[in-house]
Write a protein that binds this ligand. Structure first.
Ligand code: ZN
Length: 150
């Protein structure tokens, strides 16, 4: 991976503060530059649940990548959700929790794909398992690929 500021090559994402700015360069940045550097990476738009990507050709498959997060519900969240269950309707406390957990797993998966040199992830799926009372494991996986515009 290459830092877009200093152009140095690093072996993995752990040397990066954002998508393409290394720790060292980020430290030397002003507030405005940091905000700009934190813009989402291109690859986040290059993910799909399908096995093809419109307008692109898959040139290389780099195997399955995944991200896992485990989340336990807080006592307060559970009480709040129980009240909502009585009232009825969408249980927002749980849906927010699920959404956050899923996006963490998703980001982790994308990071692994980037580390392998992928620029897209296809066949993205989510899987959730309750591993014990109140603790849920969320798995996000997909196939890391290299694509080229058609
Ligand atoms: Zn740098």
């Amino acid at each position: 991976m290459r830092c877009k500021v200093c152009g140095r090559d690093f072996p993995s994402l752990y040397h990066f503060k954002t998508a393409d700015v290394c720790l060292g360069c980020y430290e030397g940045m002003g507030e405005e530059e940091r905000v700009k550097a934190a813009q989402p990476r291109e690859i986040f738009r290059m993910t799909t649940t399908a096995f093809t990507l419109d307008g692109y050709r898959i040139v290389k498959s780099l195997g399955v990548v995944r991200g896992i997060t485990v989340r336990s519900r807080s006592v307060f969240g559970t009480i709040g959700a129980s009240l909502q269950t009585i009232v009825g309707g969408n249980i927002t406390l749980f849906s927010e929790l699920c959404e956050q957990t899923r996006s963490e797993a998703f980001e982790m998966m994308v990071n692994h794909a980037v580390e392998r040199g992928a620029n897209a992830v296809i066949g993205v799926r989510y899987d959730a398992t309750e591993i014990m009372q109140g603790a849920t494991e969320v798995l996000c996986y997909g196939t890391a690929v290299v694509v080229e515009p058609l």
